[in-house]
Design a protein around this ligand. Structure first.
Ligand SMILES: Nc1ncnc2c1ncn2[C@@H]1O[C@H](COP(=O)(O)OP(=O)(O)OP(=O)(O)O)[C@@H](O)[C@H]1O
Length: 276
């Protein structure tokens, strides 16, 4: 029984000279940031399932923060499917010093770190096992010199596997944003992401629904391309706020394709940003 480990109860820790090293006390797995990093808030953007627009939402939140004058960074923790550098037109390799790795800076001043900035060739696949991938993400925290940041957004890989677990245990995550889309299956998977965050004691700041609707360019009518949304019901059930709904917007997709995301203004998530 945990409370009887080593012959003492956790409540006995207070005032005990061995409290820091004693095995009966739950040990923190948090890793120290690089000494050249001073990050005020770490926000992880998660989705239960791939392709719902998690990177789009991560970069949009970062862009709005940037427009509001905050210093922001994006850690691309989606190691096997990194998309952040390309969105911002960054194709260089990151440089380093003895003190750490220097993140690349996008044209709008957003600091970015991604595995693509470390590979000799950005189209090289990352064929690494889970623990190795999770280690790289930890190094994005311990070895990257982020400098002074108001917000660091972490673009997580989809699902609830090794990397999200490592990020939640190793980084001081202040809260998560869950990205979803209107399909029923995705709503079910939202609950998995929510439950994981709860089990890790990380506050869920809210849900963003992507692909919520499409505005007809001719008549302005909103079309629910993926059927009626259930996000409000899911959010109510989980007692978390829906902080944004994003339509399918060809302008956003175009900015991604043309690698100039640093230019976009995404008004759909302005209210969401104010809740972070
Ligand atoms: N609201 C939107 N309007 C138009 N295009 C969008 C929108 N959201 C995402 N996209 C486009 O859909 C594609 C997938 O988006 P994105 O890469 O953000 O998904 P993801 O959930 O991060 O994917 P993965 O799980 O594979 O990492 C991208 O090409 C992106 O530009």
């Amino acid at each position: 029984m945990a409370e009887e480990q080593n012959g003492c109860k956790p409540s006995d820790c207070a005032g005990c000279a061995h409290a820091d090293s004693c095995g009966s006390k739950p040990q923190s797995l948090l890793k120290p940031a690089n000494p050249h990093s001073h990050v005020n808030k770490v926000i992880a953007v998660v989705s239960g399932k791939g392709g719902v627009g998690k990177s789009m939402v991560t970069a949009s939140l970062a862009r709005i923060m940037r427009e509001q004058g905050f210093n922001v960074g994006i850690m691309d923790a989606d190691i096997t499917g990194p998309s952040i550098p390309k969105m911002y037109g960054i194709h260089k390799q990151a440089m380093g010093t003895e003190e750490g790795i220097i993140p690349e800076e996008a044209k709008d001043g957003t600091k970015i770190m991604s595995v693509n900035l470390l590979l000799p060739n950005e189209s090289d696949p990352v064929i690494w096992r889970g623990p190795v991938i999770a280690n790289v993400v930890t190094q994005f925290w311990t070895d990257v010199m982020w400098g002074e940041l108001d917000y660091l957004f972490v673009d997580m890989p989809p699902g609830t596997g090794d990397v999200p677990l490592t990020v939640f245990q190793s980084l001081p995550v202040d809260g998560i944003v869950i990205v979803t889309s209107p399909q029923d299956l995705v709503q079910m998977i939202v609950k998995k992401a929510y439950n994981m965050a709860c089990q890790m004691d990380i506050p869920v700041l809210g849900i963003v629904e992507n692909y919520s609707y499409l505005v007809c360019p001719d008549c302005g009518k909103k079309i629910s391309v993926f059927g009626e949304s259930h996000v409000d019901e899911t959010a109510k059930e989980l007692d978390i706020p829906v902080i944004g709904k994003m339509p399918i917007d060809a302008g956003l997709a175009e900015a991604v394709e043309e690698e100039r995301f640093y230019e976009i203004s995404n008004d759909y998530l302005t209210d969401a940003v104010n809740k972070l």
